[in-house]
Design a protein around this ligand. Sequence first.
Ligand code: UT7
Length: 319
Amino acid sequence: MRIKITDIATYLPEKVVTNDDLSATLDTSHEWIYTRTGIESRHISARDELTSTLAIEATKKLIRQSNVDPMTIDAIIVSTTTGDTRFPSCACKVQGAIEAYKAFAFDVNAACAGFIYALAVADSMMKSMKLRRVLLISAETITKFVDWTDRSTCVLFGDGAGAMLLEGAEDSQTGIIATKLYSNGEDEKFNSILAHNGEQNGNRGYITMAGRTVFKYAIDYMAMSMKEILDENNMTISDIDWIIPHQANRRILESMCKMRDFPIEKVIITTQEHANTSSASIPLALRDALDKGKVNQGDTLLFTALGAGLTWGSAIVRI
Ligand code: UT7
């Protein structure tokens, strides 16, 4: 039996910051940010809005709209790289907030590729442990971990959360068809080009990135993983209705498609409104595409992402 995404809800912080807002305090411009990245604005969490706050908001919305009894949830998996604290996990906070006391709960950290990793973990655990109903939440407050004086990184990020309900598919056509994960932590070459510089003297620390190098790997590795997952499943891009990639940079998505001769028209792009929300970006883009009537039930989706580690991967899902 395949595992299916049966519902999805999202939460975005209320505060929207435009490129022009940023250029009021930073040596940057809307022109630079938009032409280099495709970003126009981003949602930024308030001081007291933590990653668990966003995750709980998205999950409560999901529970309301799907009318699910929290006590029927078997597991809660949160992908995040920006948890409130080292422990307890964000997933445990969600479990307590929705009183899903029969669920076990844990976090997955694979940076911006976290959603693909958590989806693969949920898929295999649901099959091997015979779980009936799992919550998969991707939640990030990555803007709390940027250096707001570093224009080369701080303009790129936004906050948000997406919560998905995963259940056994009632038919054999829909559900998670395949997942494929990769990592390379080779020092210098990969490990240090995109990193968090660690907590220092009680400060949270911030993101450091060799932008051009990451840009190149993002194109090569996402394109490679999409080709490999399609080949391994005897599929081609014509079997895919929509590609929903991690939303780091519109130019990365255009180059990735060009490399494989994939039509850019098949790519869901929300970079302009969400910016890079790390592991939350694919669930946010999927909900947006469903709301806009682009993605419909029965469509076959190809997810792909790359993040720090490096970690990357792809998944094919028929919804
Ligand atoms: O989610 C995880 C994965 N992360 C990514 O995929 C991000 C990948 N990297 C990128 O998206 C791009 O490399 C960036 C958007 C970060 C940068 O674009 P770029 O075309 O690679 O620019 P660059 O870093 O080579 O910088 C070009 C110039 C520099 O000035 P000089 O040295 O040529 O005089 C920068 O100082 O642009 C300058 N610059 C800016 N100027 C205005 C850098 N940031 C800004 C800024 N506003 N915000």
